[in-house]
Structure formats: C-alpha cells, structure tokens
Design a protein around this ligand. Structure first.
Ligand SMILES: Nc1ncnc2c1ncn2[C@@H]1O[C@H](COP(=O)(O)OP(=O)(O)O)[C@@H](O)[C@H]1O
Ligand SMILES: [Mg+2]
Length: 370
C-alpha cells in the first residue's frame, strides 16, 4: 500500500528549502497544522519571518506548488503566519528559597519558578511514552523511536523521567554528568537526539529514597532546568503505570499527546485501559497503542506468537484508540540496547523499518496538531 497522503505531502514539503536558513521547511518546523482530507484537500500554515515579506511570499508559493504536485491532492489551502513570539526560555519570575522538593537534582542555583507556558518554550511538541506495567519495552521503544524521528530531519529530544529505573544512560551509552550553562543542564547529544536522564544526575541509591513530591519536583526540573533549546519533538519516557511523574507532566500542560506501549497478552488490556483513562481524563490526546514483542520470526519466515496474538490491537479497539502497529521480538534489539547502540540507527536491520513506520505515524499526529 502507498503511504498516507499526509505523509506524501509532508515529504514533498520537505523538498522545499528556505534560503534564509538553508534548511527545508519541514525540518525547520515552519510547516504547521498539516492535514489532508480523504478527498485530497490539503491544508497547512507556514511560519514565516515577517521581516522578509518577499522571500516569505516566494516560499509560500513554492510550498503550495510542492504540495499541489503530489498525486491525490485536489486542492491546497496554505496560509502564512508570523513567527510565534517566543520569549527567552529562562525568564525568572518569583523565586522561592532553594532546596527540598523544588530542587531535588541539587543544582547550584536558586530554582526558577516559571509559568507553565514559559517552560519548554522552544519545544513544539512534548509526547509521553507510557505503559501500564514495566518490562514491556517502553524505554527501548522510546529510545529507538527518538532515533528514527531524528533521522527524518526533525529536532528530537528524549527525556527519561523514570526516576526509579532510568535506562537511557545504558540505551544511549551515556556516562558523564552533563555540563551546566547559565544555571541550566546541557543535555548531551547522542545518536542525533538530545538526551537527558535522571540517571545522569542522581545515584540510584539517592533517588530510591524519594517520595512523591520529590519525584514531581525532579520531573519539573527536567522540563524547566534542562536547556532543551529548540526541538520539534520531546519524547518523555515515563515510569511504568500511572503516578507522580505522569501527573507532573500533565500539570505542565505541555503534553501534545501520549503513546501507550503494550505487549500482546490479554491481561494487558486492563493496564492499557488505566493509561488511556488517565490521559483522556486530563484531555491529553492518546496518539495510539503500540504492541511490542508482538511475535518472533523464525529463520523460515514463520511467525511465532509467543505471547498470544493481537492483544494490544484488541485493547486499542476496545478503548477506541488508534492502533499504531507492532514491533516484533528481536534478540538483537535487546543486545543493541545493552550495548548503547540503538538498532533504529542500523538501516540494514528489519527493526529499523518498524521504528521508521512508527516515527511516520507520530509525525502524522504532531503535524496535524496546531
Ligand atoms: N521488541 C523487543 N525485542 C527484544 N527485546 C526487547 C524488545 N523490546 C524490549 N526488549 C527488552 O526487554 C527488556 C525490557 O525493556 P525496557 O525497554 O527496559 O522495558 P520498560 O521500559 O517497559 O520497563 C529489555 O531488556 C529490552 O532490551
Ligand atoms: Mg523503562
């Protein structure tokens, strides 16, 4: 089957280069609210620099033409919008005394209490990756999805908010304590992704003693005291289940959506339901459910459904959430994860194609969000 229209249009728009930046208009995040109706009606907005009117008009025209040339497109409605005014990321407002729940990462600074809107001001979309229980491969999937997203040219960040079981340092092969700049943590870049984990800031022994308010403070600090810079997507690997970290994320009012990871077992339905309900109750769109460890492929090509077949897809259908596809079991995925070399980066491995497809569905979702 050919790719969905909206993806083909996005790919066509990615062929339009903004001479001012030298980057294509999709990669630089100028294309917003892209949608394609089944009849072929395409809509999007193009963020332009209002100080360069002529250039902007030419760029909009080029974008319209590129979208219009895609087969299946019947009409293109594109509007230009001025750059959203973005204040500096670090606008100090009222400050509270340092320490305690406000500064569990122990940064040498007075914590800044920022308005929710100012936190992550350079980040376009924040997406939570969640699961009902641990061990379903949520961290593995988040890390590989981040790598696959970055390979499409988007600017991607990955925040490991699993306070009690951080796995990003291993998955990405990170060891060093991150540098600080202007009182903020600089996330190291690995595999094309800006990455930050609780595991790089505090020892396991330290964090195990934390209770709810400390966990919530730490998640807030990962959002406001890390210099994420400009990102198209920030994926957040959350702890298993639904708890304090999820609540902090929801309270930040910055989530564009949540991705739920499940294994195929029938039992998974109850877990998936809890996750879906938490996000829905708080008006966070559920982007969809992904089934991990769906099957194991024998050398003959035959598929062995070790944990039952299609459980996550059934769960998604029962909850009226989109089913985003399945990732098979690959022993190499586990080996690559332990070695700090995400398999999504290895184009020759079939797992990479699965993560690429998932990345496209994710972009499909965020590109249709305003
Ligand atoms: N599709 C897969 N194929 C093989 N191993 C996988 C797959 N997904 C995850 N794993 C392995 O399963 C274990 C648990 O995965 P992890 O991502 O840590 O789960 P979670 O974050 O949900 O607790 C890890 O050892 C990981 O390498
Ligand atoms: Mg994990």
């Amino acid at each position: 089957m050919s790719e969905p229209l909206v993806i083909r249009v996005r790919n066509a728009l990615a062929g339009v280069v903004n001479p001012a930046s030298g980057r294509n208009i999709v990669a630089e995040g100028a294309v917003q609210g892209l949608s394609a109706e089944p009849g072929g009606k395409v809509r999007f907005a193009l963020q332009i620099d209002p100080s360069a009117q002529d250039e902007a008009a030419r760029l909009l025209d080029a974008a319209r033409k590129a979208a219009g040339a895609v087969s299946g497109v019947s009409s293109v409605s594109a509007v230009a919008t001025a750059h959203a005014a973005r204040g500096p990321a670090a606008t100090p407002s009222t400050a509270r005394p340092a320490g305690g729940h406000d500064n569990p990462l122990g940064l040498k600074k007075r914590p800044r209490i920022e308005a929710a809107a100012e936190t992550l001001s350079g980040v376009r979309h924040v997406v939570a990756v969640a699961s009902g229980k641990g061990g379903v491969g949520k961290s593995t999937l988040a890390a590989n999805l981040a790598v696959a997203l970055a390979a499409t040219g988007r600017r991607v960040g990955l925040m490991d908010a699993d306070i009690y079981g951080p796995s990003l340092p291993i998955l990405f092969g990170l060891k060093d304590k991150p540098a600080m700049r202007d009182g903020k943590i600089v996330p190291p870049e690995a595999h094309g992704v800006r990455a930050m984990s609780m595991g790089l800031m505090v020892s396991e022994a330290q964090s195990l003693a934390w209770r709810g308010p400390m966990v919530m403070g730490a998640v807030r600090q990962l959002m406001s005291d890390v210099d994420w810079g400009e990102l198209d997507i920030l994926l957040v690997d959350t702890p298993p289940g639904t708890g304090d970290a999820h609540i902090s994320l929801i309270q930040s009012k910055r989530l564009s959506g949540a991705l739920i990871v499940s294994t195929p077992q029938e039992m998974a339905l109850a877990d998936v339901r809890r996750g879906v309900q938490l996000f829905r109750k708080t008006d966070t769109p559920v982007i969809g459910v992904v089934e991990n460890m769906a099957w194991f492929e024998l050398p003959s090509g035959e598929r062995q459904y070790l944990f039952g077949r299609g459980g996550a897809e059934k769960a998604a259908a029962a909850l009226e959430a989109p089913f985003l596809g399945a990732i098979p079991l690959y022993p190499e995925l586990q080996q690559a994860s332990d070695a700090g070399a995400p398999l999504a980066a290895r184009r020759d491995h079939p797992a990479a194609a699965h993560f690429r497809q998932l990345a496209e569905k994710m972009l499909d979702f965020v590109d249709t969000q305003s």
